[in-house]
Write a protein that binds this ligand. Structure first.
Ligand code: ASP
Ligand code: MG
Length: 406
């Protein structure tokens, strides 16, 4: 049986007209002799009646205390509603279909409410449906613990559901449908000349997602990579080819030698709402320990970090800023904060150690009058922290510098 998982996000199923488009894509897959498994997100986005944020808000506006278990119950409802409506749309077109909750689909998770990890999948329920020629429409983003508690897989987790089911049912492909033509070289709202990337490596897309490109959830990419299932990112509203995500073996064999090689940088990602914190003390074990242990204890995750003899500089997500301030005040550290920072990241493959890449980036940014507050590199990325007000200019400058406009 050739199984194809097709995942449709909240905006793809927002109206009856759109749901008909979605259903006809699914039906076309069935007619082509494949066995589609559909995964859906909650209908619409913030403000819409059954969108996840709306459901959360309904609960937290009454009580906003420690509530993760119950929030998972209310959040799971959004996807369940969506699965029934889309399944009915498919049925109305004369095909056999059935709505399936994440629990019925056999998705077993740990009990980390709000951000659960999938432990295993019992694929029997879905296999039975497929064997009967029924198109399952699975509610994304949810699972159940061994003890029967309902969980969700972290925001944006329907992508993860799709990848997990692709793996458990040995699908030939996992298709992620969205409202753009595929994975782009940069956010098309920021860079007018952004292009669709036809083919990309799991690692590159993982880095893009991790650095703020809202394409596919990084966890879903990790699952697809480990089971080596190709993923496609396609547009619900067009028939464009989209982007295929695979393991690009030639990268592994060929060592890169120079900057001039084509496509060294594949995309420019960015994210905002970051603060840079400098803590001033001369290097000593005691202060280092106090700082690091407290950040761990209060679960503050640090991104960029540089230790100098007289100061420690790191970045955190703005949502953690108050926690950090409390730690610094309580331990009487001297510090300064730059709020409203953004991080722009060039993503490629085997870029560390290639002479001149960093130089190119620094040049492009400084010619646009942008100061670099901090930077970091890895085998696949180079990131610069800058002031948020410069982000649009920065992304465009780097996009042009690495010839992604062409
Ligand atoms: N509806 C969930 C969310 O908004 C899951 C998803 O959309 O993938 O996070
Ligand atoms: Mg999403």
């Amino acid at each position: 049986m050739d199984i194809i998982v097709q995942k449709f996000g909240g905006t793809s199923v927002a109206t009856e007209e759109l749901r008909k488009k979605v259903a006809s894509k699914v039906v076309a897959t069935k007619e082509a002799g494949k066995s589609p498994i559909v995964v859906v997100s909650a209908i619409g986005r913030r403000g819409d009646n059954y969108a996840t944020d709306t459901l959360v808000n309904m609960a937290t506006s009454v009580y906003d205390g420690d509530n993760a278990r119950d929030l998972d119950i209310i959040m799971s409802v959004g996807e369940i509603i969506s699965s029934v409506i889309l399944s009915n749309t498919i049925k109305s077109m004369g095909y056999k279909s059935q709505a399936v909750t994440g629990f019925q689909a056999g998705i077993i998770t740990d009990n980390h409410f709000g951000d659960a990890d999938v432990l295993k999948v019992d694929n029997k329920y879905l296999m039975d449906l497929l064997n009967k020629g029924i198109i399952p429409v699975v509610a994304g983003f949810q699972g159940v613990t061994e003890a029967g508690e309902i969980t969700t897989l972290g925001r944006g987790g329907s992508d993860t559901t799709a990848a997990i089911l692709g793996e458990a049912l040995h699908a030939e492909c996992v298709e992620i449908y969205t409202d753009v033509d595929g994975v782009m070289t940069a956010d098309p709202r920021v860079v007018k000349k952004a292009k669709v990337i036809e083919e990309i490596d799991y690692e590159e897309i993982y880095q893009m997602a991790d650095e703020g490109a809202k394409v596919v959830h990084p966890r879903a990419v990790a699952v697809a990579k480990r089971s080596n299932i190709p993923m496609k990112v396609k547009n619900t509203l067009s028939d464009s080819k989209g982007t295929i995500i695979i393991q690009k073996n030639h990268y592994l064999r060929k060592a890169r030698k120079s900057l001039e090689e084509e496509n060294m940088i594949r995309a420019i990602a960015h994210k905002s709402n970051i603060s840079q914190i400098s803590v001033f003390f001369d290097d000593n074990m005691e202060d280092n320990d106090i700082l690091m242990n407290n950040l761990t204890k209060f679960q503050v995750s640090i991104d960029l970090i540089n230790f100098f003899t007289d100061k420690k500089v790191f970045t955190v997500d703005n949502k953690d800023l108050n926690k950090v301030k409390n730690i610094l005040e309580e331990n009487k550290f001297k510090y300064s904060i730059i709020k409203n920072c953004s991080k722009v990241t060039a993503i490629g493959h085997k870029i560390r150690g290639i002479p001149g890449v960093m130089g190119k980036i620094v040049r492009a940014l400084s010619h646009s009058g942008i100061n670099i507050l901090q930077s970091s590199d890895s085998y696949t990325t180079i990131s610069c922290l800058i002031k948020e007000e410069h982000i649009e200019k920065a992304v465009n400058a780097l996009h042009a510098e690495f010839n992604l406009d062409k």
